[in-house]
Each structure stands twice: as C-alpha cells, then as structure tokens.
Design a protein around this ligand. Sequence first.
Ligand code: S3P
Ligand code: PEP
Length: 450
Amino acid sequence: MSKTQSLPRPLHSGTASKGIKGRIRVPGDKSISHRSLMLGALALGETEIHGLLEGEDVLRTAEAMRLLGGAAERGEDGVWRARGRGIGGLREAAEVLDLGNAGTGTRLLMGLVAAYPMVTFFTGDASLRSRPMARVSDPLKLMGAQVIARQGGRPPLAVIGTKDPLPITYKLPVASAQVKSAILLAGLNTPGVTTVIEPEPTRDHTELMLKGFGAKLVVEQTKEGRAVSLTGQPEITGRKIVVPGDPSSAAFPIAAALVVQGSELTIENVGLNPHRIGLIETLLEMGADIRIENERIEAGERVGDLRVKHGALRGVTVPPERAPSMIDEYPILSVIAAYAEGETRMLGLGELRVKESDRLGAMARGLKACGVDVSEGPDWLSVKGTGKPPAGGAEIAVNLDHRPAMSFLVLGLAARKPVTIDDGSPIDTSFPTFVDLMNGIGTGIRLQNR
Ligand SMILES: O=C(O)C1=C[C@@H](OP(=O)(O)O)[C@@H](O)[C@H](O)C1
Ligand SMILES: C=C(OP(=O)(O)O)C(=O)O
C-alpha cells in the first residue's frame, strides 16, 4: 500500500526515565543515497552502493530509475548494484514517476531527464504536490527543456526534454542544493560547460560524487559566490560508494541524549561533510557535551563518531548564513532550545516554509501547544526556554512531514507530560528504523491505542 493510502499511525512518547544510552548507527544519508542511484545508472560498468538508505523517499528514486532504464538491484548482502550504460543511456519512462514525499528525488530527476529527447511525467503525495518546482523548471527552460506544471510550478508536471541542450551559467536565486544539483545533472548530457553559482554554499554531495565518478568538475570562489563548472558528456565509470550515516537523522538521537537526564550515547559513522554540520556547531555554542572521535574520509566524504552526554544548555542566536548547513535540523533544534535556558533565535529560515510542510508554522504551533514560549516571523523563529522541561501533553498533527514528527516525539522524552503525534508513517521516508532504534537506547515510543 502506498503512503498516501495507508492508515495513520499515531505514536506516543513518554518519559525516558533511565537515560538514553548505547552505541548505535543511524541509516545512510538520504542526499547521498538519491545521488548514488542516479549516477550509478549513468556510469559505465558496475557501481556498488554500500549502506544505501532504504527509506521510502530513496526507494521511490530507485523505482523511478528502473522506469528510466537505469535499475539498481539490492543483493542478498544488502549491497545495491547498478549496471550503467553511460551518459545518454536513459530511456523514456512508460509510466508516471511517483516520487511520493521526496522533494530531492523529484527535483534532481527533473534535471537528469531534461537533457534527453523524451517526456517524463512526475507526481507525488499531497505534500509534494504543494511544493514549488519553478526554481528548477526556470533554469531547465534556459537549457532548452519545457516544463508543463500546475499553477505555481507544482506537480503533477511534465518535463519535455531537449535533444539539443544548451550549457548555461546560472546564479541560484535561493540557497538550494537541490536546484544546484538539478542543473548539474542536466549538464551531464549537455555539450560544453554548465556553471552554477551559489551565493551561499550548500551541501556538495553532487560535486564530490561527480568527481569521484571521474567527471571534470571545477569549483572556484568568485566575487558572486561559489562557482561549480561541469564539462558535459564525460565518460564516468562505476565505482564503490559507501554511504555514511545521515547527520540529519543522527540529530534525533543526539537531541534525545542532550535533553534526557543521565544520558550518554555514541553514534558511529555519521557523515560530517562541512556543509552539513551547522547543527553540531550550534549545539557546541549552546554548551552541549558532544565529542567527535575517529574522524576520517570514506569514499570522498568526511565521517566520524559522535559522543553525546546530557547537560545544561543555553540559548544562542543562530545566524542566517548557517541555515544551508543545517536546513533540515531546525525542527529538532527548536525542540532542544525548549529545554535550554534563555532565548534561541533562529534567523534566515524562509526556506522552511516550503519543505514537506510549513515547518516554521508547524514548529511554532506545536511548541506552543506543548507550553513553550515561542514566536515566529516570516523567516525566523524564537524559542525561550527556562532550563526546565516543557509541559508537553499535546497531540500534534504532523501534516505528512517526517521531521516535525520525530522532533515532537523527542520533545515528549523529558517533558512533564507525554506527547502524541497523529501519524508516524511519514517517518519512513527518511528514517524507517527510527522507533526501534530509539526504543533500543531507552525511549518508550509506542503506537497510541485509540
Ligand atoms: O540536495 C539535497 O539532497 C537536499 C537539499 C535540501 O533541500 P534544498 O536544496 O531545497 O534546500 C534539504 O532540505 C533536503 O532534505 C535534501
Ligand atoms: C526537506 C527534506 O526532504 P525533501 O526536500 O527531499 O522532501 C527533508 O528530508 O527534510
């Protein structure tokens, strides 16, 4: 049954009285997993993907790639293997690509298919169908593709690819790794050099992976920002990819260990790409006891183990320029801030309004319902903690959004009263093992009986 059809799964989270303890690993990085399936399908020869995130979003990308003629298969050993036919080796999908809840899958694939003479239809769940896609369609049109979409550029939409794609130089109007990646992926089958300039640097997994596969890609600091130039139609060859643990998923057990008394937790093998560690930087400024151990480079990405201990936290101001390096972590940061003493001001958060839900509004409403002193502006959130556990005791509607869902379950772990979310099923999009993994380290998250 697809997620849009399945019954809501209400979850209940009460006090984790004995502390959060243990040594765990979180599932593979969602961003790297999407990209490895796409590039694996275009590289000549075999690509082995170790540690692919088998969450709903990534499985939708795997299915979309199968429909586009670039299937990867899961072996009995848990390793995914793709046998690519080279750039140019995609074929038109005979069905609509249903990307479910996945903005990354949709936007990157829109780019990937735009430089082929074929038509590709995209749809998704109610959340995805409300998300703006013009940010991707606009540059793809400059490259010669056409996009027909609902008002506001929203899906369902069709990308009519071009057989004569033009290389462009494009300055991103929003800080978005998804838009940057969509253009670079379109640039793969485009003769000449495609350049994306980002005024604020965003996660660079696409760049690292393209280089790892052997593409010619140059990154320069210019007056206008970070310029990434890709030479099109390279011969890229299959390789081994080792997907690190997702720092955006690790954020939830980290938060649990920080807010529950008596906690001491180690999370091994977490991705520590410098463009993804804004949350850790912020938590250290708040006084968190977090240590990075065993730091190393694996398959081109920085990884390490994180040791986290419970302790007092203080409010801080998180500057707007840090937003791209922790964009998915603001929901859980706002929960941690509710346990800290003093005000935490989070600035430059306009993009949170157009994620799987309006996360700024969702966190402000839910925190208020849990007795937290919170205020919001168009692109900022302020949480005033007292250094004591918040009241909790609310039932929160998660509106098809996994990150607020997990965030409020964490809030319930040390609040004065338990917290319930109306539907835990969206969690499967990015962290399908969340409940079992959290219960294995001391939480008691359970299905709410109605
Ligand atoms: O490129 C990616 O893999 C992602 C980029 C971010 O989105 P934006 O590029 O829209 O900021 C992030 O929110 C998303 O979860 C994953
Ligand atoms: C924003 C997210 O994902 P996507 O844009 O891929 O739906 C997320 O995982 O928090």
